[in-house]
Design a binder for this molecule. Sequence first.
Ligand SMILES: Cc1cc2nc3c(=O)[nH]c(=O)nc-3n(C[C@H](O)[C@H](O)[C@H](O)COP(=O)(O)OP(=O)(O)OC[C@H]3O[C@@H](n4cnc5c(N)ncnc54)[C@H](O)[C@@H]3O)c2cc1C
Length: 436
Amino acid sequence: MLTKKQTGGDTSNLPTLWQQTASPSPKTTPLGGDSSTDIAIIGGGLSGLSAALHLSEAAIPSLLLEAGRIGDGASGANTGWWVPGLALLDAATLDARLGPERADALRVELAASARSIPELVRRHRVMCDLSTRGVLYAASTPKTLAKISREAERWAAAGSAIDVVGQAAMPGHLATDHYIGGVLYADGGTLNPLAFCNGLAAAAIAQGALIHTCSPAIGIARERDGWRVDTARGSVRARAVLLATGASPQSPWPAARNARYRLKIAMVASAPFADHGRSILPSGVPFTDMDSFDTLGGAFDPAGRLVMSILPGTSTRPRPADLAAPYWRKFRQIFPQAPADPGWEFGWFGHEAVPPGRMASIHEPEPGLFVLQGYAGNGINQAIHFGRAIARSMASGDRDAIEIGLTPLRPARGATIASALANRLLLPLARTLVYR
Ligand SMILES: Cc1cc2nc3c(=O)[nH]c(=O)nc-3n(C[C@H](O)[C@H](O)[C@H](O)COP(=O)(O)OP(=O)(O)OC[C@H]3O[C@@H](n4cnc5c(N)ncnc54)[C@H](O)[C@@H]3O)c2cc1C
């Protein structure tokens, strides 16, 4: 049994739907004694697992340390939707940030990565309830429709399969007349995120990576020809270290903890709907309402449970029904045919890393020590992509292989106070206002 302190990713310890439904994780043990490897990876979420898998595929030895269990952070607790895009960053801002050429190159890579997820799942026989129906971004106002259409054009130019859905076709996806149109990211889909993590861990181990769970890294020290990472019961010497600890407050490199904001997201899952939700989502395509601040929406899992991320309130251990109640009131204004009480069975929390630039960042604060973090809520595809990109760069020594470049590791202004303020005050306040 893990103690609260041992679980690195989250602090709520509320049972999740995914813990009940995911295929089991591969057998792993804590690190004991002293060992050595080429690359030490800290963090067994999607970023660390993708790096471990792709390093193994390049025949580079790696050893991954996870504080708790595989997928204990955001990676095993999220909504399980992947899309090619960047959550909080529109194309124009990305162009201005990276320059048009690099921004285009990044979009092409992320589009290809999104297309590669089903292939990754099949190649490694990952049992994760993969659905490749796409993800629908829905708009109820002309302004939002114009905005999401502009964005979609840029992703289409980067190679993503995009279907523009006109107003007449919307009820085929969403059984309501609330929406005037939408954009279907056909290269996206849904999966069981914890099962995906477990499957990637098994694949990485099968390719030769070493993974130790219940092994929090408690210190990182420079040595003459590399680095040493310490845990309570052992240590690893490595040529280079990758820190992929997400939003965890347990990151052993304090500067990494202070370089991003840590935002809380709540999750709810209902009891199975008898019709698998077809009276709400006739085509079974998950949707997100781009006019709503919390991007209200939903997806039905293979058992017919509605699963959704929502704004958190102030309670740290709410009953699932209380957590879902205000969100559900708003949902039923749009879908009045939805049952008044779908029997909320699960409610849990996760934390997401949001760097000041609102996009993934990779740093090398000291030679051979890399920090990868921050996907602002859209991390499945990005973690796979950037984990792979950094693995390639570490294998080849070519730092230019990373399209977003290496940036200095700078503190996010007031990271701790701003995160606490957002999680304890602003997000609960937004919940009250948005779910009126
Ligand atoms: C509720 C929620 C819903 C989301 N929904 C979606 C979605 O539908 N689609 C999408 O694309 N993205 C979504 N995201 C974002 C996505 O889950 C994250 O961006 C992504 O999983 C981050 O992966 P990561 O590996 O970087 O970090 P994490 O998954 O947080 O992994 C970090 C790992 O490091 C470990 N760790 C921490 N400290 C130490 C230490 N000292 N030693 C060893 N290990 C340590 C932790 O235990 C943890 O397992 C969601 C996020 C949340 C919170």
